[in-house]
Design a protein around this ligand. Structure first.
Ligand SMILES: Nc1ncnc2c1ncn2[C@@H]1O[C@H](COP(=O)(O)OP(=O)(O)OP(=O)(O)O)[C@@H](O)[C@H]1O
Length: 567
């Protein structure tokens, strides 16, 4: 802003007719105080996001006691300076303002509670008076089905009711602003609240003291494994109190008191109000559409293929347990000396995993590296050991299998091929990001704190875009081979299989994916992938499964097949 003001001044000179005007503008815009104000404004903007809270309410008193103490502490230069600083009227005024904010001294004073508000027969009654602000109360009410009373169903964390600390879940509401709530419906309460002007007064019968869940005290973070839009969820008890989130968002869970609806807030908003989210206990049927498998009918394909697809689908849906909904995560602050996280690229065959990997390697060979695979086949003349492959004997390869040193292996034309854990270590030791492409079922082999894998799922686009983007590549081939339609038809079947395979992978292993890249246009997919990988390298904090913090690398490898932290 200060730079902008200075450059504005130099740009205005030729357009100001009168010297006087120019001087006036100059003195106004170049005023030191104005610049300082902008600087303060910018600093405040930065701190606003952190939502700092006062650590104490009597800073002004503390400063004056400190000043008294300092007078007797000798006359070292530092002491003199500090004394001069805290004795300045500006500084003292600042501390007074701070204390007023900390003590919420700015809020209007509530009128005293009238004597007749308490009735003799209700000795357990509590009168709660709250200042009315624009902020909603942050509570929901319901009718208790057994007693017919209106009770507080839920207090939203961070809302006005919660901050007051005076109203609790389960409290029975007897009156709002002197109006008895007997025989009233929950929806009639809102107009009563709206009617009051400066103050809202409740007559409450407090619920029995309940134990606070210990989990609300400690910070619990989860990464959502599905998109959630309360507007699409008929089971949510109160849409306005719900939290919308996207798959991959990190949420802080602030209350798990309710079995079916937890309270959570977005990470960047952990001091703000919380919203309801479905708990892991919510039955599968009420999970949002994103988690349910849609059976795509109406595609042109043979009966047998459709039947097979249906069998796969019904087995997948009916025999499966609910998919994981959230994964517990912790922050990981990468130190400069730490090795880079392994990047795993997965996707159905032909989707473009190799193409993307190739482009990453070419774009920055110093940053990215790939593993050298092992094989038992003969070395060809133009190949070099340790560059194209590690050429090993069958006996040695089988030793690697038995000692669990291979992430993935298979045989082709009678020869073994495989990727070892050591080859990943080698790339990491060079200070590079190791790009691995393995079948998603093998991710768990490296799902440890040692490798901290960042898993990218490369997904095919919709079939129309697949046809459009891939046909061009194959079309050249058709012309060359002069095979025409025959190739086009088989390609169409490949596209359908690719989409099917991708859906299966996402359903089965989606909870392991950190990022999903749709590979429609290759240039855009590559740009997105590269910028995402750069972002995670530079991120101050990354969120990784809590599970990684508990296990040693070897233990994690053994235990990761159970993935106990999936919730
Ligand atoms: N977005 C795209 N647009 C057009 N062609 C693409 C795109 N992505 C990949 N291709 C081409 O599709 C073919 C298959 O891609 P690639 O070899 O990367 O697939 P893959 O996922 O590694 O499959 P596989 O594991 O079977 O090798 C290649 O010729 C590649 O250049």
């Amino acid at each position: 802003m200060c730079m902008l003001l200075s450059s504005m001044m130099s740009g205005t000179e030729p357009h100001t007719d009168r010297e006087e005007d120019y001087r006036f503008l100059h003195s106004m815009l170049m005023e030191k105080k104005l610049h300082l104000l902008f600087k303060i404004h910018e600093q405040l903007k930065r701190f606003e996001k952190r939502s700092p809270v006062p650590v104490q309410e009597h800073a002004a008193n503390l400063a004056s006691s400190l000043a008294e103490e300092l007078i007797y502490q000798g006359w070292r230069e530092e002491v003199k300076e500090l004394l001069a600083l805290i004795s300045k009227p500006h500084f003292q005024s600042l501390l007074h303002v701070h204390d007023a904010v900390a003590q919420r001294d700015f809020e209007p004073v509530l009128p005293p509670i009238p004597d007749d508000a308490l009735e003799d027969e209700e000795d357990s009654v509590k009168i709660v008076s709250l200042v009315k602000t624009k902020e909603p109360l942050g509570a929901t009410v319901k009718r208790d089905t057994s007693t017919g009373a209106i009770v507080v169903a839920r207090i939203m964390r961070g809302g006005a009711a919660d901050k007051s600390g005076l109203i609790h879940e389960g409290d029975e509401l007897k009156e709002v602003n002197g109006v008895p709530l007997e025989h009233r419906k929950p929806k009639e309460i809102l107009p009563l609240l709206a009617r009051s002007k400066d103050e809202v007064r409740f007559k409450i019968i407090p619920a029995y003291s309940r134990e606070e869940m210990s989990t609300t005290k400690q910070k619990l973070f989860v990464r959502a494994l599905f998109d959630y839009d309360p507007n699409q969820d008929p089971s949510i008890p109160c849409k306005d109190a719900a939290l919308t989130f996207k798959r991959g968002d990190v949420l802080q869970i602030v209350s798990m008191e309710d079995d079916t609806w937890w309270q959570a807030c977005h990470l960047e908003d952990s001091n703000g109000g919380a919203g309801l989210i479905p708990s892991k206990e919510l039955p599968c049927v009420s999970l949002p559409a994103g988690l349910r498998r849609s059976f795509r009918l109406g595609r042109k394909s043979s009966w047998a293929k459709e039947a097979a697809r249906f069998r796969r689908w019904s087995a997948g849906v009916h025999s499966s347990i609910c998919p994981p909904t959230y994964i517990e995560v912790i922050p990981y602050h990468r130190e400069p000396k730490d090795r880079h996280r392994v990047v795993i690229l997965v996707g159905p065959s032909g989707v473009g995993v190799n193409e993307l990997k190739r482009r990453l390697l070419i774009s920055d060979p110093d940053r990215y590296g790939v593993t050298v695979p092992h094989t038992t086949r003969e070395k060809k003349r133009q190949e070099s050991e340790g560059v194209d492959y590690h050429f090993v004997s069958v006996h040695m390869f089988e030793e690697l299998i038995l000692s669990h040193r291979l992430i993935e292996y298979g045989s082709y034309r009678g020869h073994y091929y495989g990727t070892s854990l050591d080859s990943v270590h080698r790339v990491m030791a060079e200070g590079k990001v190791c790009l691995l492409d393995v079948h998603p079922s093998k991710i768990k082999r490296v799902y440890t704190s040692e490798f901290k894998p960042y898993v990218v799922f490369v997904k095919p686009p919709r079939i129309e875009e697949l046809r459009l983007t891939r046909r061009r590549a194959k079309f050249n081939l058709c012309c060359l081979m002069d095979t025409g339609d025959a190739i086009f038809l088989s390609q169409e079947a490949d596209f359908e299989d690719m989409i099917d395979l991708a859906e299966n992978m996402e359903r089965q292993y989606g909870h392991l994916f950190d990022k999903v890249i749709v590979n429609g246009d290759i240039a855009s997919a590559f740009r997105e992938l590269r910028s995402d990988l750069e972002k995670i390298q530079e991120a101050r904090v990354q969120w990784v499964p809590t599970e990684w913090s508990f296990s040693s690398p070897t233990k994690a490898r053994r235990s990761c097949s159970h993935l106990p932290s999936w919730i």
